[in-house]
Design a protein around this ligand. Structure first.
Ligand code: BDP
Length: 302
């Protein structure tokens, strides 16, 4: 008998996450002589990430590849990685997720009441603002409605930086930009391109890099509990490999996405990040207090 593992991603076919997940599926299928087969549903066809999480929780979806952002409201312990400017840069984030702290956070998800088993991490670069007008200082965000992911912390972060945070699912963002429900959004360059949001009004990509949030892929606990220990171990091994494969694909393609955005006419703005860092200090103070020890360890990670 063959077990089909439905996997979903908001990103389209060909995006690094989707490719790495499909490759995990092929390895699992080969290693189990076809007892498992992964079926990928890319492009958000199974909904945005909140819906994907809910479907995985009840076993209607087996693997959800999501940002850590929308996991925050479900497993508050993960919010330590969702705080603005908690990582120095992407290399720092990678060192943290690859090491013991990364494992601890995955285990927190698996041990929570969320009915999910966290399999691994993926890279998502850093998030910056895209709007009709250039953003150089927090004052430039005044009166700007900016779409953020579904997590109250992101609304507060955007508001602290001077804007007006509006949370909604990834799938709704394109039309929200097009109809003017929001004035802008924030994301990494590959998502800005792959979602076509760059054609919906924004002219500037202002490089605040205020969030460096890794992605995760989680399995429905209902599915996990039906797997043998050996199959679980195989899946864990291939998950770690998928984490590394996605990273290589990511590094190879970010530059290409930037080139395409620039070719379309999107202007990239370099700015002084300090005022944005300072403006978000209250968010780190408010949410970081409960993670004080962990944040020290994150800061000490080289
Ligand atoms: C992208 C993430 C994706 C999120 C999306 C968002 O890869 O998982 O759904 O951002 O902003 O960077 O919702």
């Amino acid at each position: 008998a063959q077990t089909i593992l439905k996997a979903s991603d908001v990103h389209p076919a060909g995006y690094p996450n989707v490719v790495a997940m499909e490759s995990l599926g092929k390895k699992l299928e080969a290693a189990t002589n076809g007892r498992y087969k992964l079926q990928m549903f890319p492009g958000g066809v199974l909904g945005s990430e909140k819906e994907m999480i809910e479907q995985a929780q009840i076993g209607a979806l087996q693997i959800a590849r999501i940002s850590l952002g929308p996991m925050g409201p479900i497993v508050p312990d993960v919010n330590v990685f969702n705080m603005p400017f908690v990582f120095r840069d992407e290399a720092h984030m990678r060192a943290v997720i690859d090491g013991p702290i990364g494992k601890e956070i995955l285990d927190k998800i698996s041990a929570s009441t969320a009915h999910l088993v966290a399999l691994g991490w993926m890279d998502s670069g850093s998030r910056s603002m895209y709007t009709k007008n250039p953003i150089r200082t927090p004052a430039d965000l005044k009166g700007q409605k900016i779409r953020v992911m579904g997590n109250p912390m992101f609304v507060e972060t955007m508001n602290a930086m001077g804007g007006n945070g509006i949370s909604m699912g990834h799938n709704d963002t394109f039309s929200a930009l097009q109809t003017g429900v929001v004035d802008g959004a924030e994301n990494n360059q590959p998502t800005f391109f792959a979602s076509n949001q760059y054609t919906a009004g924004p002219k500037y990509y202002s490089q605040t890099t205020h969030l460096i949030i890794p992605e995760i892929f989680v399995m429905s606990k209902i599915t996990w509990d039906k797997m043998s220990k050996d199959d679980q171990a195989l899946l864990m091994k291939f998950s770690r490999e998928a984490q590394m494969e996605q990273r290589a694909l990511w590094d190879k393609s970010v530059g290409e996405y930037v080139t395409k955005l620039k070719a379309y006419g999107i202007q990239f703005i370099t700015l002084d990040k300090k005022p944005f860092y300072d403006a978000t200090a209250p968010i780190r103070a408010k949410y970081g207090a409960q993670f004080a020890e962990l944040i020290k360890r994150i800061e000490a990670t080289k």
